[in-house]
Design a protein around this ligand. Structure first.
Ligand code: XMP
Length: 328
């Protein structure tokens, strides 16, 4: 399907619930007119953008919307469970959950190049999604959580798998992309107006390739486990310290090199965990916040005590530029 993205039309910035409600009403009518009695398929990652699109389309179409949540094995701890809880149990969505962990990790085994990893994750994602799409009958539309910065960034050097990578041998009647002209802050206001919980709407951005770009080099299950557990500890402690809404994006990274440590009187050769936290307006440049030493120390102590195979914790002080936010 040929997609032509257009420039954002002249429109008021959506800063209030009232403006968001107007936007929602317009789109509910537009989508109903576009889709009729057809079905709409949406890849629901659980990120802000696809979640807001899901909530909007559930409002417009109810069970005519089929949400597919693909767990690629690179989700953060508890994330897939949260998607099921909010959408299936809370909003009574038509949700298909696919645990494709082994499939993705097998394909990624031994692949160290960051762009090759992104391509595998994006490509495999589309294949899993295609398999679900083929199971549907009738007129099928495809919905996507593309937002305006995705469109602008997709001409850059990085492949963003949510733009320009559609299942190409499946016939879709059309594309439904209600937030394609919105900036992130506007998407959040729309999400709030739709009644999505704050922890979902205010959630920090999470890249499509997920933890895959934070487990540097060739992904291994032991490092991925260390990454997921350390990331969960970081999020928990940032939350307790009131930092979740003050820091734009924060996560841990587990690089593919080891360092020497001592545990129980014996030498070990274990992984380091790197804490990455940044503040930014548009992700084009970023600064590193001065996190309270006591908070960093608590996180370090917990990671060293609770996460197997880790003997060292570091805080990344590098701004963007020259460092990017992600490690690869
Ligand atoms: P960088 O690392 O380029 O990241 O400074 C800027 C922002 O983009 C996110 N990011 C991605 N998002 N697919 C995505 O959907 C990707 O491949 C990707 N790479 C980076 C990153 O998390 C940050 O918010």
């Amino acid at each position: 399907m040929e997609i032509v993205y257009t420039k954002r039309p002249e429109m008021e910035r959506i800063t209030t619930i009232a403006l968001a409600e107007k936007f929602i009403d317009e789109w509910v009518a537009k989508v109903r007119a576009q889709v009729g009695d057809g079905k709409v398929l949406l890849a629901l990652s659980g990120g802000v953008d696809s979640s807001v699109v899901a909530a909007l389309l559930i409002k417009a179409l109810g069970k005519q919307l089929v949400c597919v949540h693909v767990n690629h094995g690179l989700m953060r701890k508890g994330e897939s469970e949260q998607v099921i809880e909010i959408f299936q149990n809370g909003l009574d969505a038509n949700l298909v959950y696919v645990d494709a962990t082994d499939r993705f990790l097998d394909k990624l085994a031994g692949v160290a190049d960051p762009e090759a990893k992104r391509k595998i994750i994006g490509g495999e994602f589309i294949r899993v999604f295609e398999e679900e799409a083929r199971k549907l009958e009738g007129k099928i539309f495809l919905a996507q959580g593309t937002i305006y910065p995705d469109i602008i960034e997709s001409v850059g050097v990085k492949s963003h798998h949510n733009v320009g990578a559609l299942p190409d041998d499946i016939h879709f009647e059309g594309l439904v992309e209600p937030v394609q002209h919105l900036y992130k802050d506007e998407v959040r206001v729309v999400g709030r107006a739709l009644g999505l919980p704050a922890e979902m709407v205010d959630r920090q951005p999470f890249p499509g390739p997920g933890l895959g770009v934070r487990c540097t080099g060739a992904i291994t299950r032991d490092r991925l486990h260390a990454l997921r557990e350390s990331d969960a500890i970081l999020r928990e402690e940032f939350d307790k310290a009131g930092l979740t809404t003050k820091v734009w994006q924060f996560f841990t990274v587990v690089p593919d090199f080891r360092s020497t440590g001592v545990r129980g009187g014996a030498r070990v050769f274990d992984w380091p965990v790197i804490i990455r936290a940044v503040n930014t307006v548009d992700a084009m440049t970023a600064t590193v916040p001065e996190i309270d030493w006591a908070v960093l120390k608590k996180i370090t102590d917990r990671i060293l005590a609770e996460v197997d195979g880790v003997c060292r914790v570091l805080y990344d002080l590098s701004p963007k530029a020259p460092a990017t936010i992600e490690w690869e």
